[in-house]
Design a protein around this ligand. Structure first.
Ligand SMILES: Nc1ncnc2c1ncn2[C@@H]1O[C@H](COP(=O)(O)OP(=O)(O)OP(=O)(O)O)[C@@H](O)[C@H]1O
Ligand SMILES: [Mg+2]
Length: 251
């Protein structure tokens, strides 16, 4: 099976602070990886390396290798626009563009990246992305309203639709359900399970329950180190160890 993501000897520093230490793992395509670990363990930093958002921090220094679908993410020559189209990202706090309509929030990426040839194709892609994000039925009659009218959970699903409209091969989500209601959380979890038919998903979550519900692979970070990494076959063993270590830091 082809790997979507191969991380080798990854180290990250912010100034003198060593925040990711010799991280190694590989993730097959079309699986869900859940990253869990205590606050400050480096989960968000790991996501930010994968799409090179880390570049925005002038203090950050990165060494090692991160390959996304065979492409070396850490090489100087990489095209960041292409990388960020292939690797989509959804953040903890829903952040739709407030001045754009629901439709235009989803349409912006495909227009910019020239993924469609005409209005019909764009309409179709917007609809398909909203359906995949489990939001279409709730917004199909109000596509030209601003997202401020949506609930927090709907706004987060809009952000997922916006990411999907770029046709990413990998979707990164940083605690996407920590600010939203249980029903929207359920819808998002269902969406992620559907998505893995076609793309690879990496989700950071504080909820071990959520991780166990949806993931094929689990990665536990503690103080910048991988303390546990397991595939679905190993999950029950990882689970018992994980619960032990999770209780240790959540106690
Ligand atoms: N921009 C930054 N500049 C300096 N240090 C940073 C920066 N961002 C994060 N750090 C430090 O890097 C370490 C890892 O942070 P990171 O945000 O990756 O953790 P996290 O696991 O996502 O935590 P949380 O669960 O609270 O979101 C922490 O010690 C944090 O203080
Ligand atoms: Mg974080």
């Amino acid at each position: 099976m082809l790997n979507a993501l191969i991380v080798k000897n990854l180290n990250v520093w912010y100034g003198d602070r060593h925040v990711l230490k010799d991280v190694n793992f590989s993730l097959p395509q079309n699986k869900i990886l859940a990253i869990v670990g205590p606050s400050g363990s480096g989960k968000s930093t790991l996501l930010k390396v994968i799409n090179r958002l880390i570049d925005l921090n002038p203090l950050a220094r990165v060494s090692g290798s991160v390959r996304v679908l065979g492409m070396e993410v850490l090489s100087d020559g990489i095209n960041l626009a292409t990388l960020r189209r292939v690797v989509g990202m959804v953040f903890q706090t829903p952040n739709p563009f407030p001045h754009l309509s629901i439709y235009d929030n989803v349409a912006l990426g495909p227009r910019y990246n020239r993924l469609v040839r005409n209005k019909e194709e764009l309409d179709e892609l917007v609809k398909e992305s909203l359906i995949k994000a489990a939001l279409w039925d709730e917004v199909k009659d109000r596509l030209h309203e601003k997202p401020v009218n949506l609930s927090g959970g709907q706004q987060q699903r809009l952000c997922i639709a916006r990411a999907l409209a770029n046709k990413p091969r990998i979707l990164l989500l940083d605690e996407p359900t920590s600010n939203i209601d249980p029903l929207s959380t359920q819808k998002i979890e269902h969406t992620l399970l559907e998505l893995k038919k076609g793309i690879t998903v990496v989700i950071v979550t504080h909820s071990l329950r959520q991780a166990l519900r949806i993931s094929d692979y689990l990665l536990f970070l503690e103080n910048g180190r991988v303390v546990n990494y397991g595939s679905a076959e190993e999950i029950s063993e990882v689970r018992s160890k994980a619960i032990g270590s999770y209780l240790k830091y959540s106690a």
